[in-house]
Ligand binder design. Sequence first.
Ligand SMILES: O=P(O)(O)OC[C@@H](O)[C@@H](O)c1c[nH]c2ccccc12
Length: 261
Amino acid sequence: MSASIPDILARIVEVKRQEVAEKSKLRRSIEQSANFQKGQRRDFRQALLKKQPAIISEIKKASPSKGVLSHDFNPGLQAKQYSEGGAAALSVLTDKQFFQGSLSDLKTARATVFLPVLRKDFTIDEIDVLEAAASGADAILLIAAILSREELQHLRELASRFELSSLVEVHDEEDLDKALESGAEIIGVNNRNLRTFEVSLETSERLAARMPASMLKVAESGIHSRADVERLTASGFHAFLVGEHLMKSNDPTAALKALIG
Ligand SMILES: O=P(O)(O)OC[C@@H](O)[C@@H](O)c1c[nH]c2ccccc12
């Protein structure tokens, strides 16, 4: 990994720390809304297990590596098209500054379909988990590279108290060991290195070999074709997180059907 490449992940986390400080002032009311939403969750894990291959279809207006992906961004319509194409679940980017997303995108998407929804953001604090729960998310993302083993475990357990699933994201052996030790039940391998933006499906293949057979394995990023899905299925992946390929398509429903085969 080259040290000269600007470390986007560190910059994002810096912004998240400022947001956490702001949001924490509203903790009592956020926690109250989180409690109200209990009993309303859609089972993310079961939804993935029910489909083969299970495609977690992502709603993402823009990204730091690719810029704006969709110029007529419409999260409700996108959700509907994904649902019609056979998505197992949705992933909605809620980060504002780097991905141009919002919690209201998540609410709109979820209200339009019956699929469980993953809140895709950079979770670093309890308040983020409470906020996801309060916003009606069904699952959260926990990125191993920005959390300690203890934090991973603590935030996952907090999520589960609010009936949310956690997708624990890893991108190398060190992350994976941490994720396994923290008791992760769903592990996603990000083929995109969040520090350098390099994408390689080999990352998924390499790390899958080190995971228990019973682990629910998700391959994330850089998936563009039915051949990619087949290749990763062969190395033990059951679910696939796909963003750019579907966001850039003129017909997301057809694009999704083609990935499913
Ligand atoms: O657009 P892609 O290459 O299909 O990737 C989707 C998803 O994996 C990617 O958006 C992602 C994976 N982990 C993240 C963490 C934060 C933000 C974004 C991500």
